[in-house]
Design a protein around this ligand. Structure first.
Ligand SMILES: [Zn+2]
Ligand SMILES: [Zn+2]
Ligand SMILES: [Zn+2]
Length: 359
């Protein structure tokens, strides 16, 4: 995934979705404003009348050339001076406003996606505020163009839904459970899990991830992991703060809110946990990951004064732009530290019969 940090953030034309449809079946692509999407492609034929000199002058002044008149007496095909694309506009729009170029808008949307670390695929056919993008993980995600703008600006991160499910499945497996589906009651913090004994029950994801979920059928609970490396997302809407915190915890507490002294309005999402067999290792690995992150992307480290008095910690707070890199670092840690046999309950000492003495 291209790092968002490497992209120089310069001011781009405002793109709030691309309100253009593309009419195909012509010699050149013709961008048509979204509001005219009901007009059939066959209607955008040439309207063979001369173009008044006055219109030509207005178009010239606004960065376009009138290629020809189209559809009816009210429309023109404007050729953009900077990209050469053709956009259908009403003469009224040309006269009274600054017409937008469909080609430039699309280019801006592609560039914005790239700045956000995504590949723009296409706009959503039904809701033009949404588009489909290929995320760094390879999955296709559907997001609002406005969300991608905030992502490009480093104000939010993208959590791919399919990757999230895969992580939750891995978390559950490590604790001897299978993640079946989301919560039928619609609580975003709960899932339906099946225990290795066959019992199916609803549990908070955070409890299950920390190994603090008890099976209602067999009573089996397992909390043998001495330590976890975790990533949480903290959002404080009132202050416009979106932060990522990676840490390690010997005594995993679901009550981050209290531990970190967060205000009541804060939203805390557990993004990921990795069990580490020893607390010493977890501490060392976490420190090394922070050092690497500071070295690779110094710009994603949030200065302490930004969250002073809001989040009760001294360091290890990052901007959403660090998301992909933190996940990558966590992948490396996870791959290097598989918790062997984690899906099994703690082994009881097995008594082996003494071999019969040979007489
Ligand atoms: Zn253009
Ligand atoms: Zn994914
Ligand atoms: Zn059970």
């Amino acid at each position: 995934m291209p790092k968002t940090s490497t992209v120089v953030k310069k001011s781009r034309p405002a793109v709030r979705g691309v309100p253009f449809e593309i009419v195909t079946g012509r010699q050149a692509r013709l961008y048509v404003p979204h509001r005219s999407r009901h007009v059939p492609a066959s209607a955008w034929i040439d309207y063979n009348r001369p173009v008044p000199q006055e219109w030509k002058a207005i178009a010239q002044a606004k960065g376009f050339r009138i290629r020809r008149r189209i559809r009816n007496r009210l429309h023109v095909a404007l050729e953009c001076h900077s990209c050469g694309s053709l956009t259908a506009q009403r003469v009224f729009t040309l006269r009274t406003a600054q017409p937008r170029c469909g080609g430039c808008a699309e280019t801006a949307m592609i560039a914005e996606a790239r700045a956000a670390g995504l590949i723009f695929l296409r706009r959503d056919k039904v809701d033009h505020h949404y588009a489909l993008y290929r995320a760094g993980c390879g999955h296709v995600v559907r997001r609002q163009a406005e969300f991608v703008s905030r992502m490009a600006a480093g104000k939010t991160d993208l959590c791919c839904d399919r990757c999230l499910i895969a992580r939750e499945q891995a978390e559950a497996r490590r604790q001897g459970w299978v993640r079946l589906r989301r919560d039928p009651n619609g609580n975003p913090n709960y899932r339906i899990y099946q225990h290795s004994c066959g019992q199916i029950q609803r549990a908070a994801r955070v409890n299950l991830a920390w190994g603090q979920c008890k099976c209602q059928s067999c009573g089996g609970a397992w909390n043998a992991h001495p330590s976890f490396i975790y990533l949480v997302r903290i959002e404080i809407p009132g202050l416009g703060l979106h932060l990522l915190k990676m840490g390690f915890s010997k005594h995993p507490q679901k009550r981050f809110r209290h531990q970190l002294g967060l205000p009541r309005t804060a939203r805390v999402d557990l993004v990921r946990t990795i069990p580490i067999t020893s607390g010493h290792d977890a501490c060392a690995l976490e420190k090394a990951a922070h050092a690497q992150l500071r070295h690779l992307m110094p710009e994603v480290v949030v200065p302490a004064e930004v969250y002073a008095g809001v989040v009760n910690t001294k360091s290890e707070i990052y901007t959403p732009a660090a998301f992909a890199e933190i996940m990558r670092l966590m992948d490396v840690i996870e791959a290097a530290h598989p918790v062997v046999g984690a899906s099994l309950p703690p082994a009881k000492p097995v008594r082996t019969r003494k071999p019969p003495r040979s007489a």
